[in-house]
Design a protein around this ligand. Structure first.
Ligand code: 3HC
Length: 311
C-alpha cells in the first residue's frame, strides 16, 4: 500500500491545502478544528446552530488554556500563539462559507443517513478539487462517498479522542480514492503534527478492530464475575501500562458511541467478539452514556473522584 511522495509532491500538496472546513463542532469536530488551526491552517467550522459552535469553541479555549499553562519545551504554547490559533478559527451556520475550503473534514453524528445528507448538501458548494474526508470510526467510507459526485476525492481521516493529545490519524483508502488524494491527505495529517497510518475501508479500520473486542471483553469479564470494575481497570492500567483501564476508557469514549460501533461491526463480521454485552445495552437504555452524561460504569457526581458502579 506504500506510496512514494517526494519533496516536489510534498510542496505541491502543501500549496494545495490551505483552508480547512470542519463539519460539526462536537468533541471530535472541535478537536480537529483546534489541531488544524494550531498547525497554521485557516479553519471554518460548520454547525447547525450557534449554540453548538459556542459549546465547541468553549472546549477549544479550555484545551488551548491547558497548552498555554505548559512550558513551550514540553509541548506548550505562548499566550501569543494561543491568540493566533484562535484567530484562525471561525464558526458558521452557513454551508456557503465552506466554498473556498481545500479539504472538508466531516465529524458530525455517527449516522449514515445524516452524514450522506450532509455531504449531498455541500457537494455543489465546495470547490471542485477539494478533498472530502470523514472522521467516521465505524461507518463504511465507501458508503459515504456515494453521496457526492466525486468519489475519487473522498477519504477517511480517523482522529482519536482527545484529538489535541492523541498522535494517531488513520488514513483510510477506499477502492475509489485517487492515489494523489490519498497522498495529499497523508501529508496533511503529518502537517497537523500527527502520525498517520495507512489503512483501508474495512469496518473499524486498525484501532477499533482491535480495541472494540478488548473493551467488550472487559464488560463480559465483569458480567462473569472475573473482577470488579475498579479491579479490572487497575489490572489493565498497572499490569499492562495502559493509560486508562477499559471501563474508564469506555466512559471516556461514550457508551452510546461504543454501542453504535458494536452494531456496525457485528453487522459486518457476524462474530460474537463484536456483539454488545447485555450490560452495555442496559446502560445505554438507561441514558448512562459515560463521562459526558455524568454516569456510566462510573458515577461522576464528583468528577475528581469517580465511583465505580456495581451492576
Ligand atoms: N487539551 C490539552 N491538554 C489536555 C487535554 C486537552 N483536551 N486533556 C488533558 N490535557 C493535559 C492535562 O492538562 C495534563 O497536562 P500536564 O501534564 O501539563 O498537567 C496532561 O494532558 C495529562 O492529563 P491528565 O493528567 O489529566 O491525564 P492523563 O495523564 O491520564 O492523560 C490522556 C490523559 C492523554 C487522555 C490519557 O489518559 C490517555 O491517553 N488515555 C487513553 C485515551 C484513548 O485511548 N483514546 C482513544 C479512544 S478510542 C477513539 O477515540 C476512537 C473512537 O473511534 C472510538
Amino acid at each position: 500500500m506504500a506510496r512514494i511522495c517526494g519533496k516536489d509532491c510534498e510542496a505541491r500538496i502543501e500549496m494545495n491545502i490551505k483552508k480547512v472546513g470542519v463539519l460539526g463542532c462536537g468533541l471530535m469536530g472541535s478537536g480537529i478544528a483546534q489541531v488544524c488551526a494550531s498547525a497554521g491552517f485557516d479553519v471554518t467550522v460548520l454547525e447547525v446552530e450557534q449554540k453548538y459552535l459556542d459549546k465547541g469553541f468553549a472546549g477549544i479555549d479550555k484545551s488551548l488554556a491547558k497548552f498555554a499553562e505548559r512550558p513551550v519545551e514540553k509541548g506548550g504554547i505562548t499566550p501569543q500563539q494561543r491568540d493566533e490559533i484562535r484567530s484562525r478559527l471561525r464558526g458558521t451556520t452557513k454551508r456557503e462559507d465552506l466554498a473556498d475550503c481545500d479539504i472538508v473534514i466531516e465529524a458530525i453524528i455517527e449516522n449514515v443517513e445524516e452524514k450522506k445528507k450532509m455531504y449531498a448538501s455541500i457537494d455543489a458548494i465546495i470547490k471542485k478539487d477539494a478533498i472530502f474526508a470523514s472522521n467516521t470510526s465505524s461507518i463504511s467510507v465507501t458508503e459515504l462517498l456515494t453521496a457526492v459526485k466525486r468519489p475519487e476525492r473522498f477519504i477517511g481521516l480517523h482522529f482519536f479522542n482527545p484529538v489535541p493529545l492523541m498522535k494517531l490519524v488513520e488514513v483510510v483508502k477506499t477502492i475509489a480514492t485517487a492515489p494523489e488524494v490519498y497522498d495529499a491527505a497523508y501529508e496533511f495529517a503529518k502537517k497537523l503534527g500527527k502520525v498517520p497510518v495507512r489503512t483501508s475501508d474495512k469496518t473499524g479500520f486498525i484501532v477499533n478492530r482491535l480495541l472494540v473486542p478488548y473493551l467488550l471483553d472487559a464488560i463480559r469479564a465483569y458480567e462473569e464475575g472475573v473482577g470488579s470494575i475498579e479491579d479490572i481497570d487497575n489490572a489493565m492500567k498497572l499490569g499492562c501500562g495502559y493509560p486508562m483501564g477499559p471501563f474508564t476508557l469506555l466512559d471516556f469514549v461514550g457508551l452510546d458511541t461504543t454501542y453504535y460501533i458494536t452494531h456496525v461491526m457485528y453487522d459486518e463480521f457476524k462474530e460474537r467478539r463484536f456483539a454488545s454485552p447485555p450490560l452495555l445495552k442496559r446502560l445505554v437504555m438507561a441514558g448512562w452514556y459515560g463521562k459526558k452524561s455524568g454516569r456510566g460504569f462510573y458515577d461522576y457526581a464528583n468528577p475528581e473522584k469517580p465511583v465505580a458502579g456495581k451492576f
